[in-house]
Design a protein around this ligand. Sequence first.
Ligand SMILES: C[S@@+](CC[C@H](N)C(=O)[O-])C[C@H]1O[C@@H](n2cnc3c(N)ncnc32)[C@H](O)[C@@H]1O
Length: 192
Amino acid sequence: MSYKFLNNTVLITKSYIDSYVKSGQVVLDATVGNGNDTALLAEKVGSNGKVYGFDIQEHAIQKTKDLLNRFNFLERVELIKDSHENIQKYIPCKLDFIIYNLGYLPGGNKSIITKASSTIKSIHESLELLNNNGLLLINSYIGHENGLKEKNAVENMLKSLNQKKFNVLKNTFINQKNHPPILYIVEKSSDL
Ligand SMILES: C[S@@+](CC[C@H](N)C(=O)[O-])C[C@H]1O[C@@H](n2cnc3c(N)ncnc32)[C@H](O)[C@@H]1O
């Protein structure tokens, strides 16, 4: 299969980052993993912006650090080795853009995964920190154990958000076999 625009939710996520994230913004990568989204975010916010990045694995933090170093982006990124359920302990300001990639680290230990209860707690905290008209993206993978449970918990929580405060879009591939991923996009209203 060879697609240019609708290949997978990772590519769609990148196009949102490309068109939404601007120089000088403060943004959050809640699951840095191998650092690919973190590096793209760092490029987009520029030297006067800031990226916060969380992961519970030292291995992920180190891989992300190495990648950022290669592009000279380390100064604009604060990497935190802690669960994203504690983001309010570390982030003292509002955020323009937030991303979550749920599941396990690609190429890493598949038993270390995001979990429904901490993910939900973290998303609640993130939504509070999100600026008006800020975007929060969540990539959810349901092909692995616990993925479906987490996706259901996330979706139920997002469904319950007051539409006067948040609009939520669900994107998925409806003709793909083998549990295609789901990309949720949340915008915070400016009428708060
Ligand atoms: C799908 S990977 C992220 C991929 C990443 N976006 C990339 O570009 O490579 C999910 C990551 O979430 C991390 N993770 C799991 N539970 C976490 C938690 N409670 N807080 C922060 N990160 C967590 C895992 O260690 C893993 O690295």
